[in-house]
Ligand binder design. Structure first.
Ligand code: SF4
Length: 400
């Protein structure tokens, strides 16, 4: 039994319809409940509940402060590699995109991590494309072990693996695993993932469970908003979170709410979720899951992020770079082109491609919207009356 069977049995069309048809009084009833079901959640993300946003925001803020305190945790993504064997239509790192790529050596990864530590970060998310040759399991374990000596909290967002493959990464010191389903709509998933192992929807859907079995104690899930209808995605994320809370109950769970951003390949989002609807969704997740961490990245513009921080968000990235070597220029002399997973000799013009004032000319995964420095973001958090916390987890505190 895994979430796949539960997901297959979900009355998703019915739940979306229920959401779209909900009345203001049904939305108000859901808002007043102490414990919510999936149909209640459908009411909270309904167009009718959009008219109750102020009340939802107040309740969401109160629950968040009660459960998490007036604290916002900060983390930084550290991109190890932009090599990838998958083709995902919405991602700049897709195998067939002619972009400038690099995989950082372990010393280069350490250099990037030290730059982040100097900015205050003690919680780092290692991100890499899926490429067994460049981003092998052994390489990842070495990166984790090296960083863990200096950074208390190291998480991973990398290609899904078998439970047995995850174990050495946990042993090396990784405590969290983030895996977005991207879209929970099978047909759209199939259309978006045109080549590579990521085509396997069920395998990806079961990843958090395999990670939990391997010993990860922080699990992150989410959908990439902009592919399928946002209410459909949100209902699936809520069902997935509910399943994981019941079945992987020793793990801390986080939900991210990334919206598609421009990237190499110039993919245009297929659907939209307006800013106001994103706010509604944050509040609905908080009301449904009082103890689940909600994560917001630099994909969102500064003004919207500042408004969302007090409403239910508990963890944010800041000052992010989505290109390997983006913080220090580490590895920039090795940047090359990869075509269909193989390094090719790029023309002199490619190699000489200017960095345009950036630390490296390696291509980023997507453009970020909030370009403020971590220090600026931390000061803003303080001005809002919250405490910025740079550390999320310390293995020494784990009670296993
Ligand atoms: S989304 Fe992930 S798997 Fe897909 S191309 Fe980008 S890095 Fe590769």
């Amino acid at each position: 039994m895994s979430f796949v069977s539960e997901y297959n049995a979900l009355p998703l069309k019915e739940l979306v319809k229920r959401s779209l048809d909900a009345s203001a009084s049904e939305a108000r009833t859901a808002l007043g409940k102490a414990s919510l079901t999936l149909p209640d959640f459908a009411h909270l993300i309904s167009p009718a509940a959009g008219g109750l946003l102020e009340q939802m925001g107040r309740r969401s803020q109160a629950i968040t402060q009660q459960r998490f305190g007036k604290v916002i945790r900060l983390f930084a993504p550290l991109y190890l590699s932009n090599e990838c064997i998958n083709n995902c239509k919405y991602c700049g790192f897709s195998r067939d995109n002619a972009i400038l790529r690099v995989t950082l050596g372990v010393d280069e990864v350490r250099r990037e991590a030290r730059a982040l530590a100097a900015q205050g970060f003690r919680n780092i998310l290692l991100v890499a494309g899926e490429h067994p040759k460049f981003v092998s399991n052994g390489y990842l374990a070495e990166c984790v072990a090296t960083l863990h000596e200096e950074i208390p909290s190291v998480s991973l967002e990398v290609g899904p693996m078998e439970t047995e493959e995850y174990r050495p990464l946990v042993a090396a010191g990784a405590d969290g695993l983030v895996v977005y389903q991207e879209t929970y709509d099978r047909a759209i998933y199939d259309d978006m993932h045109t080549a590579g192992p990521k085509k396997n929807f069920d395998w990806r859907l079961e990843t958090p469970e395999r990670a939990y079995a391997a010993g990860f104690r922080r699990l992150g899930i989410g959908a990439l908003y902009g592919l399928a209808d946002w209410r459909y995605e949100a209902l699936c994320v809520a069902a997935h979170a509910d399943y994981l809370l019941r079945n992987c109950w020793r793990a801390n769970l986080t939900i991210s709410l990334p919206r598609l951003r421009p990237c190499a390949g110039e993919f245009e989002p297929l659907t939209r979720i307006a800013d106001r609807e994103l706010v509604q969704l944050v509040c609905a997740f908080r009301l449904m899951f009082p103890d689940v961490g909600l994560v917001l990245s630099t994909r969102e513009p500064a003004k919207l992020r500042d408004g969302l921080f007090p409403l239910g968000i508990t963890m944010i990235s800041a000052g992010s770079h989505t290109e390997p070597g983006g913080y220090t220029g580490a590895g920039k002399e090795k940047v090359h082109q990869t075509v269909r997973g193989r390094i090719v000799e790029a023309g002199a013009s490619e190699w000489a491609s200017p960095t345009n004032g950036h630390a490296t000319n390696a291509t980023g995964q997507f453009n970020i919207a909030d370009e403020r420095s971590p220090e600026e973001v931390a000061k803003l958090i303080q001005r809002l009356g919250y405490e910025p916390v740079w550390k999320d987890w310390d293995g020494a505190l784990a009670q296993d």
